[in-house]
Design a binder for this molecule. Sequence first.
Ligand SMILES: [Zn+2]
Length: 342
Amino acid sequence: MGCRDPVDVFAENENVTLATDQPARICGGTPRAIDAFIDHLASLFPETPGPIEIEFLSPAVFPSESPCGENQNGCTFETTVYTKFLPAYHEIIHALGNTLAYSPEPGHPMLEEGLAHLFDATSQRAGPIDVQTVERGLQFVGGFSEFSDEPLRPAAQQFMYFLWTRYGSAAAIDLVLHSEYGVSLFEQNELFFRTTGSSLPELVEQYSQMAECSPFAARLLPVDCKEPHIAAFSLGWQESFEVDCRSYDAFGSDLGEVWVSRTFDVDAAGEFTLTTYGLDDNQGYVTMGRCDGGCDSNFRVSMWIGEQSIVELEPGRYVVSFRRRENIRGRVGLQIRSGVRR
Ligand SMILES: [Zn+2]
């Protein structure tokens, strides 16, 4: 660390201190998103987590001001998150866990990373994860950087999603907080039995019976899914936003990306035509996914401006995000029209 601290406090409350050397890149809605995410996680933890610190650092100072290493975009050391991206839900989960007295050491990477990826909207890897890869992750005895080198993160996310949906958030979080680092999880079988009533081999067997589920579906978006509601869906709707980091409802910057989210409900299953519009410069796109989905609703749309597609939507709540690169502000919109009913 240099002798002069380039980071200033941007926002502070009893739960979190957000500091940065690039305040203009903290979008209008981001401090609120971080607060809402911490409140949500804290309500699920067995006891109230302690305060954490987030340092949002420009790429120029990141190597010298963070302990993360050259090629990383973020890491957590004790209760401080060092990150090039916001809102940094993934790293916040690591930091919150580290504030609890009985977990001064991180948990097993298969569980710890699994929980973090569950809330990480940037997980891009699709496709089902076979049970052999999951078993390799459960047997893993190395450190976190070796865990990242192996293609085990999607397996960790998938197995955690199974635990979370089958046994509930309390059991899943208890496993993360009490698991031991550097020891195969098959040697920590008592912990699984205590929290779920099943042995780890029994859980692996249950996992293998589960429907195939992509990481797109196996994740939770508690903040985006609470954004304002678009009404009158049965008639179809269209909505567009000037996606601008300075807006009160813009989230990011997440590695140069900024977005605004809205939710809507589908009352009856049917076929719908999606059309995107706005400033068409290959910088803007729309994503859409289910909030309450689960593996049986393996649905996610990602469309550049100017594209059209026809999709089948099941009843439920959906979240749509209007996204752009942060360097050029511009409008991003989506029109939905109901098509042939089945
Ligand atoms: Zn992580």
